[in-house]
Design a protein around this ligand. Sequence first.
Ligand code: FA5
Length: 336
Amino acid sequence: MGSIPTPDTKTMNIDEIKKSFSDDLEKAKDQKAVEDIRIKYLGRQKGKLTEILRSLKDLSVEKRRETGPLANALRKEIEESLTRKTEQLQTTNYKLQTNFDITRPGLKLKTGRLHLLTKVDREIRQIFSSMNFSVVEGPEVEDEFHNFDALNIPKDHPARDSWNTFWLKNSKLLLRTHTSPVQIRYMEKNQPPFQIIVPGKVFRYEATDSSHETNFYQVEGLMVGENISLANFKFVIEEFFKKFFQGQKIEFRFRPSYFPFVEPGVEVDIKLKGKWLEVMGAGMVHPNVFEAVGYNHYELTGFAFGMGLERLAMIKYGVPDIRLFHSGDLRFIKQF
Ligand code: FA5
């Protein structure tokens, strides 16, 4: 690199500026130092390179031709070096601040999960599907006919008291108290033989405790054809328990019971921590129910059941209180 005769003896030549600049830059430890260097060499008033660039006009044409390109090239070089140094300092600062360790394993992403009741609902659907049952759904807002009358529970019959009901204001509609009305809706539109399950939400206007909720899930079952018997029900339910509890030892019992829409009626209980917990009502479909949907009750028979989904989940997963399901407590939800 060439040098220029200087008008002012204190002014450095280009080689000297270049050397002095790179010495200064190497020593710079922070952005403030980089900025000082920029001013020292490129500052508008007294920048060392600026002075040279400004003095070019006083040189002879020949000298200017020789020096001009060198000075301009150095300006470009200085600007680029300053930018690079700034970037370098930023990266180093970031590493210092975050103590960044690229070998450290990444944080595990938090993903959502299915609610335990959704899981159990899916398990139940899958098991019955594997036994050739179809999955059917029905409305949560019902009329009196489907929720009660067609199920052989006439108006003013004391049996209606078993289903404490949320009535909708100014209408004859209600929030269904069980999934049994879907039996009626399905039979109105389909002919036997068939076997269905109906999972869904039900609502009852009653006090809550560790095994009762006002809003819970049931899974209805209905199988209708010729010569269907209670023995078929027993087989299906025992198969279901075997698959649902997957080898977990459970004790269960069938006990006579009364529901207006079945005859005979039974209840199924499972032992939980030494106490019997009622998990389902069931029985042989009552002839009056077949009549309400226009079926010939002399030719057809069928069994029906309605089980409490939360209660089955409580037994399988050891949940001590039904109110935990809807508590919104993440510590509970995240366990499953
Ligand atoms: C019924 O609701 C009948 N529809 C069941 C039925 C269907 C019988 C078909 C015959 C033929 P029950 O009120 O007992 O019956 O309720 C059925 C199941 O739902 C109970 O065994 C229980 O497991 C669950 N259950 C009832 N009430 C509650 C409640 N408040 N909270 C949580 N689960 C409940």
